[in-house]
Design a protein around this ligand. Structure first.
Ligand code: DPP
Ligand code: ZN
Length: 883
């Protein structure tokens, strides 16, 4: 397979000004007539008569019916067609092409291009799906105005949707009808969409700040009509927030969202017609958890925000993906922080980053936020491009401050509205609007790997000065051994012995400033001296996680406990607790591996108890603060000094949970009782916080695994009036081998067997169960009639959850988990390479495991690599993993 490099980027030889598409939709044979108005790109290298570039249109998996140029059929010698493209070797400088093709949506299981999901037609074109619909220059820097006519059977497909405005419609005599759409905004083809189906429509309106009424429409299958109200509210919140925060208003008269069950990603921001994985639209209190509801807010906002960051200003090439994704994730994070709790949002985002992005950055797929080469772009929709990309934007926000950041955004839109641009254009706007030099900062986009920042401190009791000395180092990654020092904003506070913050005055400053200061590191080693520090402080470094780095501050356990009790920065307070827990668990793991019985650390128990019972704090915060790092994160930490032993991690974590539960049983009871909410279910931050703390306490109590604990879990499961509490009780129960567990799982199935989305939870619960027979259970569930390997949500719920969230079982030393995964990769690769590659990536960290597991994983990787007809997607992942 071919590697595509950023350095080879060339502007397109031809531009497309207009596209007219006519679809005659039929399940097994859809006819697409595309009329393109093309002209040579004045910005492309012109060449002389002999070297003028040909016109190459991308296209695959379709049958060409006819090509007309300027109204006349093309002679066979005037064009060439192969499996990947349609080429006109010597076209005129301006031309129209009328291309008719036939495709088979019913047979399309890759879920890119035009395909069928249940009874409807839908599309997914990002990154390169449009080329499965018709021949076209399928690249984001070719932006065109579209008109689209859809023709389909009226009774089966009463709803016919595409981008933009509905401009005309009519009936045909044969029972078909047609609708014509026109999108006035020029767009790249990856933002094209169509939907045809028999759908329920929830309607609402939003009045923009300039007084225009936008029609809002959410389309779902009829059976889900009572599950879209929350999504509609989410959309209205997002629209209002973007006006208020960034001054950005919606630009079309209609905004449509369609929910489909079969979808490779979360959702897609097609202009005016978002297509969503139904999981991020459908919710009712009895079918969705608090987390599901907030994910709906997050994803609806994300796709809506793309209308400006992605659609109005789009990408010059796919290497720039983070230009829209990092920025849009940053925007959705800020939205969620504003509508829920800012510290809690920050904590959960950093948990994700550390559990998934840090390992990616330390593994075979490590790549910069702007990758420089790929085989399949689909493989680069990663936590690095998205989440680390958002961290990079957040650092710019912190360095500039909110006001200059906003000016930078305004300037970015002023300069680039309607264009396909690069990350340099964005950072350039930020630099110009603020007068800040972001030259060195650009390294965040070019260098892979997680920098390690070390801090040393020195207090001078005579001069009353305090000096922090930082050094930074970025470890080598497969793409580069040597790294240059980066521009790193480090937010710092100094905590006084009484637990309050000292005012901070840097040497050279006349007066003290605020109690949290951002220090900007630019060199490999750098010192900062604070003056007028009356007593030796405890430093609180990297407040709010001001940069995506690993911090080595060399603090004593006592100092970390002190911060866990007193740090005024909630993120760092939480982080202090996580540091303590991780250390204690990994020490127990070492004892277990050495064959010694683990012993508990009393000081930790006391610190834990103090936080658990802290009634002054937000409950959602406490719930996070008393939740131990998960096994995936602990494995990553272990891998920094040792080979990973998933058994030891699992046993040690369990030991710490059970010891805490036994020692603090009464306290957990108190917290559980205190946070039972008897009122009606609501998804506001206070209610969600109560439930999460109550359920955290329940999890510890359940960990005791006594008959009473089991009885209580079962009755909580039965009594719950909402899915959050149902799932909390069922999850805890699922790890305990007992009759009640089986009974609860069966009841859940009986109650929800008709609801495909809720059944995903049923599969996940069993896949995540920490029981020795889970690998066998997962194997069996693959044959369950409710499972379908064609549906990505099911694959993620069963196989994905098992491999990524249940490391102890997945890494069973028998190797059955590995064989199971490799079998699924092989089965998926034949029809959905995108999902197959995702799953194959679960083997990425094989080299970090102890020898038995490492060899078993390697054997499965080699088996996958040797499969006949392996897709480029999976090839790229496994060949990097094995390299
Ligand atoms: N659907 C994906 C997202 O919104 C790709 N654009 O992030
Ligand atoms: Zn996105």
């Amino acid at each position: 397979p071919n590697m595509i490099h950023l350095k080879d980027y060339r502007p397109p030889a031809f531009l497309v000004d207009f596209v007219d598409l006519v679809f005659e939709l039929k399940e097994t044979d859809t006819r697409v007539k595309s009329t393109l108005t093309l002209r040579r790109n004045p910005a492309a290298a012109p060449g002389d008569a002999a070297t003028r570039p040909p016109l190459v249109l991308d296209g695959r998996d379709m049958a060409l019916v006819s090509v007309l140029m300027d109204g006349r059929p093309l002679a066979t010698e005037d064009f060439q067609v192969d499996e990947r493209s349609l080429t006109l070797p010597d076209p005129p400088d301006a031309l129209t092409l009328e291309i008719t093709t036939r495709i088979q949506p019913q047979e399309n299981r890759s879920l890119e291009g035009l395909y069928r999901s249940d009874g409807m037609f839908c599309t997914q074109c990002e990154a390169e799906g449009f080329r499965k619909i018709t021949y076209f220059p399928d690249r984001p820097d070719v932006m065109a105005a579209y008109t689209v006519t859809l023709i389909a059977d009226r009774s089966k497909y009463p709803v016919l949707l595409s981008n933009g405005n509905r401009v005309d419609a009519g009936e045909l005599s044969d029972g078909r009808h047609w609708v014509k759409w026109e999108d006035p905004f020029k767009k790249p083809c990856y933002l094209f969409a169509l939907v045809a189906g028999d759908l329920f429509c929830l309607k609402d309106t939003f009045r923009t700040k300039s007084g225009r009424d936008v029609r809002l429409r959410i389309y779902v299958e009829h059976e889900n009509r009572d599950k879209c109200d929350y999504a509609m509210q989410a959309l209205k919140k997002a629209m209002a927030w973007d006006e208020k925060t960034f001054g950005l208003e919606y630009d079309l008269d209609d905004y449509m969202i369609v929910a489909v069950n079969d979808f490779n990603m979360g959702a897609m921001e097609n202009k005016g017609l978002n297509i969503f994985n139904s999981k991020f639209v459908l919710a009712r209190q009895d079918t969705a958890t608090d987390t599901d509801f907030w994910n709906i807010d997050r994803v609806i906002a994300h796709e809506y925000f793309h209308n400006w960051t992605g659609n109005r200003v789009t990408l010059r090439n796919w290497f720039q993906l983070s230009l829209k994704e990092g920025l849009t994730v940053f925007r959705d994070q800020e939205f969620t922080a504003d509508i829920t709790s800012r510290p809690v949002k920050r904590i959960s985002d950093v948990r994700t980053l550390r559990s998934f992005q840090f390992p990616e950055d330390a593994g075979p797929m490590a790549h910069p936020v702007r990758p420089s080469a790929y085989i399949k772009m689909d493989n680069f929709y990663t936590v690095t491009v998205y989440e680390k990309g958002a961290e990079v934007i957040r650092m710019i926000h912190r360095i500039l401050g909110p006001e200059d950041f906003r000016k930078g955004m305004d300037l970015y839109f002023e300069r680039h509205d309607g264009q396909a641009v690069t990350i340099e254009d964005f950072v350039g706007a930020m630099a110009d609007a603020s007068g800040r030099d972001l030259g060195q900062f650009m390294l965040w986009y070019a260098q892979a790997g997680t920098p390690v920042v070390t801090a040393a401190r020195a207090y001078d009791p005579v001069r009353k000065t305090y000096t922090l000395t930082f050094s930074q180092f970025c470890p080598p990654t497969p793409d580069a051994a040597e790294k240059a020092p980066m521009h790193i904003p480090v937010a710092v506070g100094l905590i006084a012995p009484d637990g309050g913050d000292f005012p901070l005055q840097l040497s050279g400053e006349k007066t003290p400033g605020p109690t949290t200061r951002v220090l900007e590191l630019r060199k490999a080693d750098e010192s900062f001296t604070f003056v007028n520090v009356p007593a030796p402080p405890v430093p609180s470094i990297l407040r709010g996680f001001s940069a995506p780095v690993k911090l080595r501050a060399g603090c004593s356990d006592a100092e970390v406990r002190f911060r866990f009790a007193h740090d005024s920065d909630p993120f760092n307070r939480w982080d202090a607790g996580q540091t303590l827990f991780a250390k204690v668990i990994l020490e127990r793991a070492a004892e277990i591996r050495a064959g010694r019985p683990p012993v508990m650390d009393d000081a930790l128990v006391a610190a834990f108890r103090q936080t658990l019972l802290d009634e002054t704090e937000d409950r959602a915060f406490i719930a996070h603060a008393v939740t131990l790092p998960g096994e995936p994160e602990l494995a990553t930490l272990m891998s920094e000094s040792d080979l990973i032993d998933p058994d030891a991690v699992h046993q040690a974590r369990r030991f710490v949970i059970q010891t805490l539960a036994q020692t603090l049983r009464d306290d957990f009871e108190t917290v559980f009782e205190r946070n039972r909410d008897t009122g009606p279910y609501r998804v506001d931050p206070v209610s969600v916080g109560r439930r999460s703390l109550k359920n955290a306490a329940l999890a510890y109590l359940g960990g005791l695994e006594t008959p009473e604990a089991i009885q209580r879990l079962f009755s909580e499961f039965e009594a719950a009036d909402n899915m959050t509490d149902t799932m909390a009780a069922l999850t805890i129960l699922s790890h305990i081998p007992c009759d009640e567990r089986i009974q609860a799982i069966d009841r859940f199935y009986e109650r929800w067997r008709h609801d495909v989305l809720v059944l995903d939870k049923w599969f996940s619960i069993q896949a995540a169960a920490q029981l020795s027979d889970t690998p066998a259970t997962v194997r069996k569930l693959l044959d369950h009639p409710a499972f379908s390997i064609r549906n990505p949500n099911k694959v993620r719920a069963l196989v994905g959850v098992f491999c990524s969230l249940n490391p102890w079982c997945f890494h069973s030393p028998t190797g059955e988990g590995y064989a199971l995964l490799a079998d699924q990769v092989a089965a998926l690769d034949g029809f959905n390479p995108m999902i197959a590659a995702r799953m194959a990536g679960m083997f990425n960290h094989w080299k970090k495991y102890e020898p038995v597991r490492r060899n078993l994983m390697k054997a499965q990787l080699e088996r996958i690599k040797a499969l006949p007809n392996l897709s480029g997607n999976v090839y790229e992942i496994v060949s990097k993993a094995l390299a």
